[in-house]
Design a protein around this ligand. Structure first.
Ligand code: ATP
Length: 239
């Protein structure tokens, strides 16, 4: 399934090029964080990889294959939860898998414990707070044992403590062997989580380097300008 190679990817609704020949190669390990200004197509890239939208051109290859051999899971900024119990939200997602009812129950109990929601298993998912909802969405994705986990701004509206809890879960999912590809506007989060940074602007990848190198000094002018715009915030709040 890896390396994941994206070549010349285009998305141009009504002729307007949002992704304009995007090239990117990702290994199967670690957490890759996509950074870039609003509206550059970060979410779009995740949705295209998840097969939720067709591209207008370009190729995506997964190892040597045109389709991913392992499982993909995606968690959205506003997770879509069923109006059912916390437990059922996870268990239901496992039904297409070759697991019997006891195995589904055991795996559901395990992931709910790992995200700290075991005590809420019987509650309706719609009653959860924003942070709990995001933890449930991550548990649901984790239970599927994805080889690639796509996360779209997973902590966008969460407070620092809920954010810290979600970041811990993301690290554990990575340790469990999933490749994580995520977007965030939180540069502090990117410095905490990223192994490598993909900087997107003007419909293309402007820079893809190890996170340490990116945060020490981005090479592309677009990334430098972006980081300078964010810097005052970073110095004030991220120490
Ligand atoms: N299905 C779609 N059809 C047409 N245009 C779309 C579609 N999805 C996204 N777009 C457009 O593509 C552009 C990029 O959107 P996207 O949500 O990927 O940006 P983003 O980089 O994630 O932005 P932000 O940082 O603000 O979340 C936007 O102009 C959006 O309107």
């Amino acid at each position: 399934m890896f390396p994941l190679r994206i070549s010349g990817l285009r998305f141009q609704p009504n002729g307007r090029a949002v992704l304009d020949g995007l090239d990117l190669e990702l290994s199967g390990e670690g957490i890759s964080v996509i950074l870039g200004p609003n509206g550059t197509g970060k979410t779009l890239l995740l949705r295209l990889l998840a097969g939720l939208l067709p591209a207008d051109g370009g190729t995506v290859t997964w190892g040597d294959a045109a389709q991913p051999a392992g499982r993909l899971a995606m968690v959205f900024q506003q997770p879509m939860l069923l109006r059912l119990s916390v437990f059922t939200n996870v268990e239901f997602a496992l039904r297409p898998q070759a697991l019997n009812a006891a195995e589904r129950r055991a795996r559901t109990d395990e992931v709910l414990a790992r995200v700290g929601l075991a005590h809420r298993a019987a509650d309706c998912a719609r009653l959860l707070s924003g942070g709990e909802r995001q933890r449930l969405a991550l548990a649901r994705a984790w239970a599927m044992r994805p080889r690639l986990l796509l996360l779209d701004e997973p902590t966008a509206s969460l407070d620092p403590s809920a954010t810290e809890a979600v970041e811990r879960i993301i690290r554990e999912i990575r340790t469990d062997g999933a490749k994580v590809l995520m977007t965030t506007h939180n540069l502090g989060q990117a410095t905490r989580l990223a192994d490598d940074v993909v900087f997107l602007a003007d419909g293309r990848v402007q820079e893809h380097v190890a996170a340490q190198r990116f945060f020490a000094r981005p090479q592309s002018p677009a990334a430098r300008a972006f980081m300078q715009g964010e810097l005052p915030w970073r110095i004030a709040f991220d120490r």
